[in-house]
Design a protein around this ligand. Structure first.
Ligand code: AMP
Length: 458
């Protein structure tokens, strides 16, 4: 096995390599360098890899390299613990799949309507990414055929087992041919995982990327404070670090709402993300956070699972997490792919015992006494988000929206941020001073010769 981190050592097709370069993947991450030679040679692999390690591209490059586009059958199945992770994985795979035309990737997850999934399945797909429960439902209804799967991936396997998916996973796997490649990725390796892997894999290569690599790029601070002073101290922390964007983790849903509201009342723009949101509300929140229309996301662990926000500068643990594993997951969201990040954990008198296991030389324990605060401090985003009621279904493309805004409304190109196009809706980030102009243009004018409903997310 090569110890080089250069993609050139892998013998990938030139188009795959060009596309990886276009995505800005200059070098392999440790988990990619260790696992890809095995994956590409067709071996089973069991890899210890956390979110942020580049694991999706590791299995993605592998399964896409051997995909036969002309064979319009499901050739790869990726099982994920949550819809959010499945969507994130599908997104990353679609980026990597750009090296070839017409690769069809489908997500099949619970929590969304069944009917449209049946329709999509009838149209066929090469790759399915989904959650075990919903995949099994499709198998039972015979709307899904896994007889041609060559690569099976279990992503965040520890998490799937934690969530009690083992039986469903076993049933799903019984529909996949025995002659296959099985890749298992997991952040932790309890005995249960090792035992389970041995039942579904064949002589796997074990890969353990230096997981500390993620944590090493994260500066970790623990702030001690008197009880009932967390909110005030949270503001001081924000003032002290003034992050570009930050996820604040809480242990309960109610807290996420309360904190987001309290921050907004202090001129600090924040949105709450928790499991009670409707799917459309969730998308609205995530899009605004990712496109810099809102600098702060206040989230529970479950809701934030699988979120991939590029360039997240900071993570704050408003509560000490229930387990060290959760802590690692939380802080792993910042400092992705080699960037630096900051993780701050707040703890009061009641939580002093809970933070004891975290004391080591890589973490600084500080007191909030030294922190200052200016009450004029505000955290307001540079952008606001416009929603257009037209998406992929109406063949909407980013260029159409860009054209309407820059040519027709004469907005400078630099005032337009990220454009996200979903099935039925599109979102466009616009610099605040231009939002009204953009809104009235899109409301009165046309895109692709048609009128669309438009509104501003506030
Ligand atoms: P993951 O661990 O799959 O969640 O990936 C974390 C992030 O790293 C994603 O945003 C990927 O797009 C990015 N990434 C994956 N591989 C590379 C690479 N070789 N170089 C730079 N970024 C990468």
């Amino acid at each position: 096995m090569s110890d080089s981190h250069d993609f050139a050592t892998l013998g990938l097709s030139p188009s795959m390599r060009d596309n990886l370069a276009a995505l800005g993947y200059e070098q392999m991450t440790p988990v990619q360098a260790l696992s890809l030679p095995h994956i590409l040679s067709g071996k089973d692999v069991i890899a210890e890899a956390k979110t942020g390690s580049g694991k999706t591209a590791a299995f993605g490059i592998g399964l896409l390299s051997k995909l036969d586009v002309k064979n319009f059958k499901i050739q790869s199945l990726i099982l994920c613990p949550t819809r959010e992770l499945a969507e994130q994985v599908a997104h990353e795979l679609r980026n990597i799949a750009k090296f070839k035309h017409n690769i069809k990737i489908l997500t099949l997850c619970g929590g969304v309507a069944f009917g449209p999934q049946l329709g999509s399945l009838r149209h066929g797909a090469h790759i399915v990414v989904g959650t075990p429960g919903r995949i099994l439902q499709h198998l039972k209804k015979e709307s899904l055929n896994l007889n041609h799967v060559k690569t099976l991936v279990l992503d965040e396997a520890d998490r799937m087992l934690d969530m009690g998916f083992i039986e469903e996973i076993e049933k799903v796997i019984s529909h996949v041919p025995k002659q296959r490649q099985t890749l298992l990725f997991s952040a932790t390796f309890p005995d249960e995982i090792v035992g389970f892997a041995s039942t579904i894999q064949n002589n796997p290569e074990m890969v353990k990327a230096a997981s500390e690599e993620v944590a090493n790029n994260v500066k970790q601070y623990f702030y001690h404070m008197p009880s009932r002073s967390k909110l005030a101290n949270l503001m001081k922390i924000l003032y002290e670090y003034q992050p570009k964007n930050v996820i604040i983790f809480c242990n309960t849903k109610i807290e996420t709402d309360e904190i987001a509201k309290a921050l907004r009342s202090k001129n600090i723009d924040a949105l709450a993300l928790h499991g009670d949101l409707e799917q459309y509300e969730r998308v609205d929140v995530l899009v605004q956070f990712a496109n810099h229309s809102c600098p702060i996301l206040v989230a529970t662990d479950v809701a934030a699972r699988g979120l991939d926000i590029k360039e997240l500068s900071m993570v704050i643990n408003y509560d000490v997490p229930h387990s060290q594993e959760t802590y690692t997951h939380r802080i792993g969201r910042t400092a992705r792919a080699g960037r630096e990040g900051i993780a701050v954990t707040l703890f009061d008198e009641y939580e002093t015992e809970k933070v004891e296991p975290y004391r080591d030389e890589t973490r600084s324990f500080l007191d909030t006494d030294a922190l200052k605060y200016d009450k004029n401090f505000a955290m307001q985003p540079a952008y606001m988000t416009l929603v257009i009621e037209g998406g992929k279904k109406s063949k909407m493309r980013a260029g159409d929206i860009l054209g309407a805004l820059t040519k027709d409304a004469r907005l400078p190109g630099s005032s337009i941020g990220k454009i996200d196009i979903f099935e039925k809706q599109s979102y466009v980030a616009i610099e605040k001073p231009y939002i009204k102009k953009a809104f009235s243009q899109l409301k009165e004018g046309k895109i692709k010769g048609k009128n669309f409903s438009v509104w501003i997310l506030e």
